[in-house]
Design a protein around this ligand. Structure first.
Ligand SMILES: Nc1ncnc2c1ncn2[C@@H]1O[C@H](COP(=O)(O)OP(=O)(O)OP(=O)(O)O)[C@@H](O)[C@H]1O
Ligand SMILES: [Mg+2]
Length: 391
């Protein structure tokens, strides 16, 4: 479907500048805006494809709640999951659905007990008209800026034939876009019900997949914009979805050279490893480190350690040998209080202080205190005062 250049607007906040090529809508998913070169282009319709449990609804919830946070009008049209169940699952994932208007068009339980008409009419003849009317009324009343339609597969069953279905979906998406909406619509796309036609209609296509090596997200089409190609690692967790854009060191290299960067920070090594999808992390970091050093750029690698206290390890995944210097941060329990300490473990050139110092994060930044002397067992996380009598 072509983007409507003459889209009517009933949005009082709309300006021509808002339609400019630089204006993007955030998807609300960590890492996905980067894959989409800044975010979605407004007033376009995007297809979100993926099998069962791939994260379609979760991405839709990010998309809508990001809109409500900036006071946009948003509409959730559900043809699959009932509103109550959606709200429960969304709350479980920490989404605040205040401000999200729901249009629950899924079949109710009454459908089962009052379905005599289905013996005489095909579902398309019975259901389609009221569905259309409900959607048109809701859109004209709310004038949503974001619409999440989950899922279009149900429409397919309501249409009499494929030609009719394509015509209906195209005109429906055009109707939403012409009313000022940016639309994300989902489709399962199974072998039994291929959805290639939707890929042609959409202004962009985002695919979610679940392979044995992990979940992935890929953009296969994005009209009017560039995007990061390839399969990007994706995670679904207790706080929703996160995407780890695939970076090749060539992209970093180009950025360093074009922008004359002096410092590059990778935060964190675990995220970088995910974005590399199983390729050799140590070799890649080694090559990147050697290159940056050769052009006089400082590389900061952030490594999260798994345990808060207890057994101390400088880095996971054997990357410590790549570093010229290692600074570590550590939690300590002292007199029943959680404290933080900083220390230097390695410095390739020159001497350094071997004691740890307490640190505090204040509103002025990081404050490094005096050396922590008179203690033993600091690296274990539960230090004791030297000379103190055992309890
Ligand atoms: N609280 C949670 N913690 C961790 N993972 C979760 C949590 N809630 C959901 N998930 C993951 O997200 C997946 C479901 O995501 P979602 O409902 O967005 O997928 P979907 O593509 O919409 O599925 P369907 O096709 O069934 O509608 C679950 O299978 C589960 O792996
Ligand atoms: Mg779903």
């Amino acid at each position: 479907m072509a983007r409507s250049k003459s889209a009517e607007t009933s949005d009082p906040t709309h300006t021509d500048a808002a339609d400019g090529a630089n204006h993007r809508l955030s998807t609300g998913v960590t890492g996905l805006d980067e894959v989409l070169d800044g975010g979605l282009l407004p007033r376009s319709a995007y297809l979100l494809r993926g099998g069962p449990g791939c994260g379609k609804t979760t991405l839709g919830l990010h998309f809508l709640t990001t809109g409500t946070r900036s006071k946009e009008r948003v509409l959730y049209i559900s043809l699959s999951e009932p509103e109550g169940q959606l709200r429960r699952n969304a709350n479980g994932l920490g989404f605040n659905l205040e401000g999200v208007t729901f249009l629950d068009l899924g079949p109710t339980s009454e459908y089962f007990s009052k379905s005599e008409s289905y013996d005489i009419f095909s579902p398309s003849e019975v259901e389609q008209e009221p569905l259309t009317r409900q959607i048109v009324q809701a859109v004209e009343r709310l004038k949503p800026q974001r619409v999440f339609l989950d899922s279009t597969t149900q429409f397919r069953y309501l249409s009499t034939d494929t030609f009719q279905y394509r015509k209906q979906v195209t005109s429906f998406l055009r109707f939403l876009v012409n009313h000022g909406a940016t639309v994300l619509f989902t489709s399962e796309g199974t072998q039994e019900t291929p959805d290639d036609d939707l890929k042609f209609m959409a202004d962009g296509v985002i695919e979610l997949a679940y392979a044995p090596e992990g979940r992935t997200l890929s953009v296969i089409k994005f009209r009017g914009s560039s995007f990061l190609p390839g399969d990007h690692s994706m995670r679904l967790g207790a706080d929703g979805m996160a995407v780890y854009p695939k970076i090749f060191s060539t992209k970093i290299r180009r950025d360093v050279e074009e922008q004359h960067r002096r410092i590059v920070m990778i935060d964190s090594i675990a995220g970088y490893a995910l974005s590399m999808r199983g390729r050799d992390l140590t070799t890649n970091l080694h090559a990147l480190g050697m290159y940056l050093k050769s052009v006089g750029v400082t590389l900061l690698l952030i490594n999260e350690t798994e345990n808060i206290t207890g057994e101390f390890r400088a880095t996971d995944g054997n990357v410590s040998y790549l570093s010229d210097n290692i600074v570590f941060l550590r939690y300590l329990e002292l007199d029943g209080q959680m404290r933080k300490a900083i220390g230097v473990l390695k410095k390739r050139a020159g001497d350094f202080e071997k004691t740890l110092r307490e640190i505090e994060i204040t509103r002025y930044g990081l404050k490094v205190g005096k050396p922590l002397t008179g203690l033993r067992g600091i690296l274990g996380g539960t230090p004791e005062i030297i000379g103190a009598k055992p309890a």
